[in-house]
Design a protein around this ligand. Sequence first.
Ligand SMILES: Cc1cc2nc3c(=O)[nH]c(=O)nc-3n(C[C@H](O)[C@H](O)[C@H](O)COP(=O)(O)OP(=O)(O)OC[C@H]3O[C@@H](n4cnc5c(N)ncnc54)[C@H](O)[C@@H]3O)c2cc1C
Length: 513
Amino acid sequence: MGACGAVCHNAVVIPAPSRHARPVLQPRSDGQFTHAAKPTTAVVIGGGLAGLSAAVVLAERGVRVTVLEREHFLGGRVGAWTDRLQDGTAFDMERGFHAFFRQYYNLRQLLKRVDPGLGFLKPTDDYPILTPTGNESFAGLTHAPLVNVAKLTWRTETLRIRDLMKVNVPAALAMLRFDFERTYAAFDQVTAGEYLDSLNFPPVARQRLLHVFAHSCFNPQADMSAAALLQMLHFYFTANHDGLVFDVADRPFSRGIFQPLAALLDRLGAVVRTGTGARSLERREAGWAVETDREPLSADLVVLATDVPGIRAVVDASRGLADPAWQERIASLRVTNAFAVWRLWLDRPVTAGRAGFAGTAGVGPLDNISVYENLEDESRDWAVRTGGSVVELHAYALPAGCDEAALKHQLLDGLRVLYPETVGAALIEERFLLRQDCPAFAPGSDALRPEVRTPFRGLALAGDFVRLPFPSALMERATAAGMLAANTLLAELGVAPEPLWSVAVRGPLAPRS
Ligand SMILES: Cc1cc2nc3c(=O)[nH]c(=O)nc-3n(C[C@H](O)[C@H](O)[C@H](O)COP(=O)(O)OP(=O)(O)OC[C@H]3O[C@@H](n4cnc5c(N)ncnc54)[C@H](O)[C@@H]3O)c2cc1C
């Protein structure tokens, strides 16, 4: 590690992405090759952030990469595809609004390769939480997490002095004492719901300050590990010195991220095949055979960067991956409950000044509201042209067998309560997605959670479901896992890794021994 948090590889100083970013998993020596010494090929299975991060890192180091993506678009859960409104307007529909937090250091390093100033990201000035009985705001917080905790506690009307006296201090301190080994040993068998109950917050404070955050992990509190929740609280809140507000994309992710990344891969000599699923792998004496929906491929290296259903299907169908302990890890992976994304084109505007994105609580299954004309250029043009509004509603951790019509009814009710100007608005158009492909972080799941490294030479895993040895979540976890998968394979070739970054690995009050 060099001055100002920079790292040094092969005498090249790589500046830290933020003065708060900490380098993680740095190799002991930097005297390695910058490029693969002999011609090397890799197949990356999955064109989400995990797969594309791995592909970019490998291709930059001279590996000839082929990316296989089952869908006709890149990006996976952040993906976007072209659709058309009835009036003929083309638009890019996405798998849903995404927030780009400032401590997503590895994701930002990836995106800076195609947009050095990150010009497609625009800062928000608040992260409001709206409820029928009052709102919370994350505006005006500092870069010092402990000061933020005190500030939020002081200004929320949901916590009075008498409530604070009742808070379970040792349980609350677990947020500041995060340490992978100790926290997972103590809390992985506990549910997130049990942990949040144990804090003894008044119900309204619990709902406004904690429920919204917990639900953003897509897992229901009753079936999520408290250790996984504490890891996320540490990553987003108590160890994050880059602020609680986030950036948003000012254009669809297709234009902002995935077309530029595909062009970068092309310039690096990589081949991206969309609409091509991988079916199975077979270990060969040297390297791998990959069976696909089209012609078979062979490669020296493979990164398996699908979602959870994808990895289970590919591993089940593969030959030569006979390591019972590892297969048990793969078989232990689950998806969590379904989520819904409902985009509405309304015939009238929402009130001026509505937040581009707002978390919600106390309005049934509705988890957040995005006003797309306040975010993206495409929706802004439509709203200006028609005088309408493009609103997106999300609902996470839905119960099994959820009925679409009933859910839509509840989501619309929630919107009308919080944004009463939408009462009576006509739906000009709508797009509704109900999906179930986010990973589960169930109580007790950490022991078997697979890591990037596999028992097989030349094969690594990536995705937001893998276990990482440093704090991370969601898009940042996918990107960091992809880069780590590439580094793991590059290490076998003696090639210098991509520097990786995170917030502090341990909480500010974590015991030192
Ligand atoms: C509604 C919603 C909102 C979200 N909001 C946020 C947010 O605000 N901030 C945030 O950080 N994160 C957010 N996330 C989470 C984020 O989208 C994911 O963590 C991240 O995109 C995961 O990336 P990945 O590459 O691990 O997986 P994926 O994006 O799922 O990519 C896996 C890819 O593999 C492909 N695949 C599967 N099987 C095969 C096969 N056999 N062959 C070839 N390809 C295959 C899939 O089609 C997919 O493209 C949100 C997710 C959702 C669903």
